[in-house]
Design a protein around this ligand. Structure first.
Ligand code: PLP
Length: 405
């Protein structure tokens, strides 16, 4: 196996290449963009610009083919059996809202239960809270263990009785870094009669996903968290489920016939893509997917492990600092809370040394409440970060605490 060269990987990202001193540790908020993605966006607007699924002239046909080819590439990335199971949306948030609206309206009723977990991002929490309230259903939150993993006993208890219609959970927590054993959990949920939606926002930059193997029913992710642009994301859903759902938005592009009294929708996936889609965004996502399909994941796994093996003890050694969670598998996310210094003050001090981290609740207030801390400071690593950067982060954090405590 070739040793992993994070500097060579960083060279694929123009912003990082232009700022060699920058230590970007906020990829859980958004990753940096690949040069190929940026070039693709520009090429589309300069040379190929046209709407899709409308015109018959050559330019329009080329744009439509490129857009559909992006859909096929994304279908390949998640190992979907059919490209029409891929719906292009704005991002994870929109994908989850789409399912919470359009699936729940037909499939959830009074007395049913919708289940989420205490580690969810607000985007995988609030849409379900509202759907449950609107349908007269019960909204339940599965607890976590002291290690920051799903409390499987609690999950079993909540699934028992067969009232749960859907379990919505993250593949990877954006605060604890916990990688949930989705396949096992899906089998358990299906055994209890519940469907499973997986929020893959934090997982999508870590290599191909196999929805068939995971066995889930819906999978949502965002292009901007996997080196593509903002404003493009993906909902994958099982064809039979997507087919029975009502459209999310109405308008051009999603309809076959319209009369003064009614309308008939186009088949999947256009039924869910009303209006002009983010065509360039989809083409950029295609480039990101190609990069990720051909990435040396095995040597990166060893590199990520080396960073974790250094960081976990180094952070735990710092007096008065709590490293959140201790999961069996942590995907490059390290959130810490100091007993006396607020995360925002630490993050501001780190920024003066060119270390970019995020402080706050990271859109996971229920999680922070369950940990009884108001906020945390989060360093999130991705494929372009080095072990040296991890060391610089710890050294700078120690300095900031010394200055501020
Ligand atoms: C786990 C998780 N889910 C959902 C989201 C929402 O993603 P987006 O803002 O791209 O819709 C995020 C973003 O931070 C996330 O980390």
């Amino acid at each position: 196996m070739e040793p992993y060269d994070s500097a060579a990987i960083a060279a694929h990202f123009p912003l990082l290449a232009a700022r060699p001193g920058l230590i970007y540790l906020d990829s859980a908020a958004t990753t940096q963009r690949l040069g190929t993605v940026l070039a693709r966006l520009e090429r589309f607007y300069r040379e190929e610009n046209s709407n899709v699924h409308r015109g018959t002239y050559a330019l329009a046909a080329t744009a439509t083919e490129a857009y559909e080819s992006a859909r096929r590439a994304v279908a390949g990335y998640v190992r979907a059996s059919r490209p029409e199971e891929i719906v292009f949306v704005r991002g994870t948030t929109e994908a989850i809202n789409l399912v919470a609206r359009c699936w729940s309206s037909r499939s959830v009723g009074a007395g049913d239960r919708i289940l989420v977990t205490a580690m969810e991002h607000h985007s995988n929490f609030l849409p379900w809270q509202r759907a449950a309230a609107e349908r007269g259903a019960q909204f339940c939150v599965c607890g976590l263990t002291a290690e920051g993993e799903l409390d499987r006993e609690d999950l079993r208890r909540l699934l028992a009785g067969g009232r749960t219609k859907l379990l919505a959970l993250a593949h990877v927590s954006n605060v604890l870094g916990t990688v949930n054993p989705i396949k096992e959990i899906v089998a358990e949920a299906h055994g209890a009669g519940a469907l499973v939606l997986v929020d893959g926002a934090r997982r999508a930059d870590s290599g191909p996903i196999d929805v068939a193997d995971l066995g889930c029913d819906f999978y949502a992710f965002s292009g901007h968290k996997m080196f593509a642009g903002t404003g493009i994301g993906v909902l994958w859903g099982r064809k039979e489920l997507l087919e029975e759902m009502d459209p999310y938005q109405l308008g051009g592009g999603m309809v076959e016939t319209v009369t003064e009294e009614s309308h008939a929708c186009r088949p999947l996936p256009e039924k869910f893509e009303a209006g002009t889609p983010h065509i360039a965004g989809a083409l950029g996502l295609h480039c990101a997917v190609e990069f990720l399909e051909n990435f040396p994941w095995d040597s990166y796994a060893a590199h990520r492990h080396a960073i974790g093996s250094y960081l976990e003890p180094a952070l735990r050694e710092i007096p008065d600092l709590q490293l959140l969670g201790n999961p069996r598998e942590r995907a490059g996310v390290y959130a810490v809370a100091h007993g006396r210094v607020h995360g925002h003050d630490l993050a501001t001090a780190l920024a003066t040394k060119n270390v970019c981290v995020r402080a706050g609740h990271h859109c996971a207030q229920p999680l922070h409440r369950s940990l009884a801390i108001p906020a945390s400071l989060r360093a999130s690593f991705s494929i372009y970060n080095s072990l040296d950067q991890a060391k610089k982060f710890v050294e700078t954090l120690r300095w900031a605490i010394r200055v501020l405590a």
